[in-house]
Design a protein around this ligand. Structure first.
Ligand SMILES: Cc1ncc(C[n+]2csc(CCOP(=O)(O)OP(=O)(O)O)c2C)c(N)n1
Ligand SMILES: CC(=O)[C@@H](O)[C@H](O)COP(=O)(O)O
Ligand SMILES: [Mg+2]
Length: 630
């Protein structure tokens, strides 16, 4: 494939030198390049194909990077990256040492704000706009936010703030709502219905007829008719966005450069908060993605664009997500009190089947993690047993709700934390590294760390049966391959187990690192315990191992600071036991994107790394021979 125009674009300044009439061709080349590139590396697809024309228009009209573009979530920024000097770096997308799949300030001056979690763009752009005002700089700030991301409360907190002046200063911020009538799953909630009405033109028609009747038989009538024809979009009185103080324009066709460019030029020169509603198609220009925007939200790996995503020849291993989804349905069958809640991650959390089979007990609340937790708390007050299926990283959004609304009231809410630990391609913004540390410190909260697929099923059941708040955490992808036993049995509450008896060193494993720990135990003759619970911790087992071994080693796929290893040292201190403890886990730094296996090895959390750390600290020969753990 050749890209004659794109190959000459190494910065938006090059793009702005192109004749206006070449931009459509450039956009076509960008779309083809992004599709070809993602077909080789995997990554987000539908949303990137949907922002091609918008990206070309924005870099054409705005003086980037002096004018700031803030992309919400940032999963739709591959066209932006291609046009801002990273075209040739796309082959390394989301790989170790390669460019991120999201905007990163340390990657490019054109990435004005790091994103990955949704609904932050309006706040950030407003901050930049107010900074420009305070510094007397004449620059614009543009937030590009999707209809899905618009469902998060934070977006409305920002609108509420940005729409009014502060100390007489009004930020020159443009919010572009990229409305493709899709989240990852089909969109949910009243806002989506409102936007559909806006798009359907009921507002538009009413405004147009209203405007015409007022202007009839006046010279302005002719102007209004021409204005309507030329801009397509229409000032639509009384939209919610105008109630927030924004000048609302739209909806306009977000794939039509002839609409986008004059409208953006018009809005660029306006002062104060502006709101442009554009309508795009997720997957635009690639039929397979247009027809199935859920499936083509992201490609897990290489694919042939001519054929699309195909099932792999060898069926992939069962994932923890699938184990959760199956358990959820089985548990719902067994207990009518169960309700399943997801903040806009139905597919990622494995809840498609549950949605089909239990539509009334399934709730996708949109990108609204805070609401999802307190919504669950309300249900639990009424005797239901809510299961909040939420990625570890996105639970960070709802920390206060977990403490204030669930734990203080000791409500039986089960948090099924998928994507615990390093997630790989999505990198630092999506890593689930902190949940052990930030949940175990909450009174009443129990924290379970299953080691494999069967333990995951049993831990979910154990947590569901507990009369209080529980988190069960499990990583992205497949585990050791231990087929879950259909019968659900509660694990002994707060109890771990010795999986291997050895000497001298006892390795206390939390979660899936039990398996590399067992490998190391074999090689070093060490005891290996499967701790299962971070909280309540099996303090008796910890004390027993401390009394019968020279040293303890804790391993977890969570941050060392405040993690499970810290719980062990706290228990030893409380028991007045002194024994050397080596705590292994994720370091106090952000781990970048890349292949998760490689990343775990880089963090010293594969078998070789764990063994090397133990030998380095304690040597290989026993200094004192003690009776093996009974
Ligand atoms: C706080 C948070 N919750 C959930 C997600 C996962 N997520 C990524 S993209 C997406 C859908 C976004 O929809 P929209 O903003 O409409 O963008 P589109 O994919 O349609 O372009 C979701 C739920 C996230 N990135 N951040
Ligand atoms: C952009 C975003 O936040 C989601 O698309 C996320 O990348 C999904 O992660 P998984 O691929 O682990 O489901
Ligand atoms: Mg959308």
């Amino acid at each position: 494939m050749d890209f004659p125009l794109l190959s000459a674009i190494d910065s938006p300044a090059d793009l702005r030198r192109l004749p206006r009439g070449e931009l459509k061709k450039l956009a076509d080349e960008v779309r083809a390049y992004v599709l070809d590139s993602v077909s080789k590396t995997g990554g987000h697809l539908g949303s990137n194909l949907g922002t091609v024309e918008l990206t070309v228009a924005l870099h054409y009209v705005y003086n980037t990077p002096e004018d700031r573009l803030v992309w919400d979530v940032g999963h739709q920024t591959y066209p932006h990256k291609v046009l801002t000097g990273r075209r040739d770096r796309m082959p390394g997308l989301r790989q170790l040492g390669g460019i991120s799949g999201f905007p990163r300030r340390d990657e490019s001056v054109y990435d004005t704000f790091g994103t990955g979690h949704s609904s932050t763009s309006i706040s950030a752009a407003h901050g930049m706009a107010m900074a420009a005002k305070l510094k007397g700089e004449d620059r614009k700030a543009v937030a590009i936010i999707g209809d899905g991301s618009m469902t998060a409360g934070m977006a409305f907190e920002a609108l509420n703030n940005a729409g009014v002046a502060h100390g007489g200063l009004l930020g020159d911020v443009l919010v572009i709502l990229n409305d493709n009538d899709m989240s990852i799953s089909p969109p949910v909630g009243a806002l989506n219905k409102y936007l559909a009405r806006l798009m359907s033109g009921s507002f538009y028609t009413a405004a147009r007829e209203g405007a015409k009747s007022v202007l009839k038989n006046t010279p302005l009538y002719e102007f209004a008719r021409k204005f309507e024809e030329h801009t397509k979009g229409m000032v639509v009185p009384g939209t919610i966005f105008e109630e927030f103080g924004f000048n609302y324009v739209g909806p306009i066709d977000g794939h039509d450069l002839d609409s986008l460019i004059p409208t953006l030029e018009n809005l660029r020169d306006k002062r104060g908060p502006q709101f442009l509603h554009i309508v795009t198609k997720k997957g635009a220009g690639y039929k397979l993605a247009e027809n199935d925007p859920v499936k083509y939200h992201a490609a897990s790996g290489k694919f042939d664009p001519a054929v699309g995503f195909v099932k792999p020849a060898t069926p992939p291993k069962t994932t923890f997500t699938q184990v959760f989804g199956e358990w959820l349905c089985d548990m719902a069958e067994a207990d009518a009190r169960l309700v399943g809640i997801t903040p806009a991650m139905r597919e990622g959390s494995g809840m498609v089947e549950f949605h089909k089979r239990f539509p009334q007990r399934y709730h996708d609340v949109g990108i609204a993690e805070q609401h999802s937790v307190t919504f669950a708390a309300g249900m639990a007050c009424e005797g239901l047993k809510p299961v909040v299926a939420i990625y570890s990283t996105f639970l960070q959004r709802a920390y206060d709700q977990m403490v204030h609304d669930v734990a203080i009231q000791n409500l039986p809410v089960l948090f099924a934390l998928d994507r615990a630990g390093l997630v790989g391609a999505d990198g630092a913004t999506h890593a689930g590294n902190y949940d052990i540390a930030f949940t175990r410190c909450i009174p009443n909260m129990a924290v379970l760390t299953p080691a494999d697929e069967d333990e995951c099923r049993q831990a979910l059941y154990t947590g569901f049966m507990h009369d209080g708040p529980v988190t069960v955490r499990y990583p992205r992808g497949a585990g050791a391959g231990v087929v879950p036993v259909k019968a659900m049995t509660a694990q002994p509450w707060g109890k771990g187990e010795v999986r291997r008896h050895g000497q001298r060193i006892a390795i206390l494993a939390f979660g899936t690192l039990l398996y590399p720990a067992l490998e190391v135990g074999e090689r070093l003759g060490a005891t290996v315990a499967n701790m299962r619970f971070v909280k309540p911790l099996d303090a008796e087992l910890v004390a027993e191992l401390a009394r019968t071994h020279e040293a303890l080693v804790t391993v977890e796929d969570g941050c060392i600071m405040g993690g499970a290893g810290s719980a062990v040292t706290e228990a030893l201190n409380a028991a007045g036991l002194t024994v050397p403890v080596l705590q292994l886990g994720l370091p106090d730094e952000f781990v970048e994107h890349g292949d998760p296996v490689k990343l775990m090895s880089l963090c010293g959390l594969d078998a070789a790394g764990i063994e090397a750390s133990i030998v380095k600290r304690f040597g290989t020969k026993p200094t004192v021979v003690r009776a093996a753990a009974r």
